[in-house]
Design a binder for this molecule. Structure first.
Ligand SMILES: C[S@@+](CC[C@H](N)C(=O)[O-])C[C@H]1O[C@@H](n2cnc3c(N)ncnc32)[C@H](O)[C@@H]1O
Length: 282
């Protein structure tokens, strides 16, 4: 811990290596990060300055998607790879539309879970909000534990969220199979929303810098796996895509919810290097 790290380190938290959840929090302007994460983040920003705005663009998509679902009458959310609570949390956006909304967060990073728990205890409603520590790849276990919280009703539509997380999984993790298993568990009328990093169609300018950032991540606790538009679209097999379908993140319903960082990318959407989509289980 450095002098700039006054906060106590929750039990089980690895400070030997920078961590993606905490680096991401730093990109977004949050406070749940340590010197090792900030040093990593600063290096990534130095290599590829857009990385910080891009994190905000990704987070704003989460806000737009949740707002859209809440407007469709979805009152239950299961947020996989939810991260540390930071700017624009799912339960806050959902509650603002429907004060009876229910949200279960899932993350495998102890810091994210510890901070989510503290936030929910202070500002949430423990009858309607919960957080689980677990690996989202253990589908049946996560599903069972999420339902055991009593927060979600398995017979009512659920908004399943996997935003900014599927690119941590390589072919050996079978991420498509993982999402299919969640899809099969979701009640009819549920939705799935996701976003994914890509190099497909991204302007070549700056690619060497992006590649360098990916290499830097390989030295952290997680590798990154980019996917093509087709590979991303395949996650939505069995879901009916909501308009505008699979698009660059900035073009996914840009007016749905306030998205200041997104505005900068509306006329250069491919520079976001990420796709977004949302579909309904039919
Ligand atoms: C880039 S953050 C995205 C956070 C949030 N979804 C958002 O869009 O703002 C990715 C999160 O996924 C979590 N994560 C990575 N692999 C995971 C796994 N196997 N199971 C659960 N969470 C995971 C990380 O710990 C991190 O908090």
């Amino acid at each position: 811990m450095s002098q700039n790290d006054p906060q106590p380190v929750p039990e089980g938290v690895d400070l030997e290596r920078p961590n993606p959840a905490r680096i991401y929090d730093w990109y977004l302007g949050g406070t749940t990060n340590w010197a090792i994460d900030r040093e990593f983040g600063a290096k990534a920003v130095e290599t590829f300055p857009m990385v910080r705005t891009l994190a905000r663009v990704g987070r704003e998509y989460l806000g737009r998607g949740v707002h859209y679902l809440a407007q469709q009458g979805i009152t239950q959310f299961l947020d996989l790879g939810s991260g540390v609570p930071t700017v624009g949390n799912v339960h806050e956006i959902a509650d603002a539309v429907n004060p009876d909304s229910r949200t279960v967060y899932v993350d495998n990073e102890p810091v994210a879970v510890a901070h989510s728990r503290v936030l929910l205890e202070k500002q949430g409603d423990l009858n309607r909000h919960a957080v689980l520590h677990g690996d989202l790849r253990n589908v049946e276990d996560i599903w069972e534990r999420a339902m055991d919280t009593g927060v979600l009703n398995p017979h009512k539509p659920i908004g399943l969220i996997a935003v900014g997380v599927l690119y941590f999984f390589g072919p050996d993790d079978d991420p498509h199979g993982v999402i299919t298993r969640y899809r099969d568990l979701l009640p009819a009328g549920s939705y799935f929303m996701s976003s994914h990093m890509t190099i497909d169609g991204v302007p070549l300018e700056g690619e060497d810098k992006r590649e360098e950032v990916r290499r830097q991540y390989e030295r952290s606790s997680s590798r990154l796996f980019v996917r093509s538009k087709e590979e991303f679209a395949r996650f939505f097999t069995g879901f009916e895509l909501v308009d505008p379908g699979v698009v660059w993140i900035p073009h996914w319903r840009p007016d749905e919810y306030p998205s200041p960082a997104n505005e900068e990318y509306l006329d250069q959407p491919a520079a976001s290097s990420a796709f977004a989509a949302l579909g309904q289980k039919v």
